[in-house]
Design a protein around this ligand. Structure first.
Ligand SMILES: CC(=O)OC[C@H](N)C(=O)O
Length: 282
């Protein structure tokens, strides 16, 4: 065997002996999403039995899967994790289910293009992302390691909506279209908030030392944020009932009922000396 081969083998052996990462974790997110969303909504179930024993069996299946994943992570990387998390998660499922039904209703009521709540549940990327987020947020709060981030990143890959499991999001949350939405870890969103594609709720300063501080904005109840608006900063509070127009850039608080716009300038062709600079030849 040649020297580079030996070097690589030695390196990988040393790394794996130091930390043997449980490879089952790689497929955990898609499997768990299918299982838990299939339990809550028949729309996502592969096979559906509408009897009490079948539903009980499916609930127990979700809990058993979490016990298995927690065991793998606890024995390899996270020894301090509490064993009661799967059971406590199951106890939170009724509230998660109620919140998701309200999200689906809110999306249906907000969107003239939606024909039914079933269509929203089955086809809306915003609903899919929120559904996975609410599950991940519960697990995150209960202290389940790694899985919450795997879940929201799976949703991100599927929908283009990137919500950190640590974000706090109130009832009847609507994301329409979804692609490019980013919601940071310490964002706080009130009730009945609506956001459109490309909205960023982000940090104003990105520094490791700020890991434990509020870096992302607060949107109070009934705020609407239109496409591609960017709202940054942990001290930024968008007051109740405000409307943030498309492409707006906001790094400071605004009082309730504000309208924040970013205007497009329209001029007559040929009437301005700098027009030439705008005529790009690609
Ligand atoms: C969404 C966002 O601001 O991301 C920046 C960085 N990941 C942070 O959480 O501060």
């Amino acid at each position: 065997m040649d020297a580079p081969y030996d070097r690589l083998l030695a390196l990988l052996l040393e790394s794996r002996q130091r930390q043997c990462f449980p490879s089952e974790i790689a497929t955990a997110a898609p499997e768990f999403v299918k299982q838990v969303l299939g339990l809550l909504f028949p729309h996502f179930a592969e096979r559906l039995e509408c009897t009490a024993p079948a539903i009980r069996r499916d609930v127990m299946g979700v809990e058993a899967n979490l016990v298995r994943l927690l065991g793998l992570l606890k024995s390899s990387l996270y020894p301090d994790t509490q064993e009661s998390i799967p059971q406590r998660f199951i106890a939170e499922l009724p509230d998660i289910y109620a919140a998701l039904r309200q999200d689906a209703d809110a999306i249906f009521e907000a969107d003239p293009a939606a024909r039914s709540v079933d269509e929203v549940i089955l086809t809306y990327p915003g609903f899919y992302a929120i559904a996975i987020f609410r599950v991940a947020h519960s697990l995150h709060r209960l202290g389940f390691p790694l899985l919450p981030r795997l879940l929201t990143e799976f949703a991100h890959q599927r929908t283009g909506v990137d919500i950190h499991p640590g974000a706090t999001i109130g009832r009847r949350f609507v994301i329409d279209h979804g692609t490019g939405v980013v919601i940071g870890e310490t964002t706080v969103i009130g009730e009945r908030v609506k956001i459109y594609q490309g909205v960023t709720l982000g940090a104003l300063v990105v520094q490791k030392t700020l890991a434990n501080s509020k870096r992302h904005p607060t949107l109070e109840d009934d705020v609407v944020v239109y496409a591609n608006a960017t709202i940054l900063g942990g001290d930024t509070v968008v007051g109740r009932g405000s409307i943030i127009a498309g492409n707006a850039w906001l790094t400071q608080s605004v009082p309730p009922q504000s309208v924040v716009t970013r205007r497009t300038e329209v001029r007559q062709r040929g009437s301005d000396s700098d027009l030439g600079e705008l005529e790009f030849h690609i």
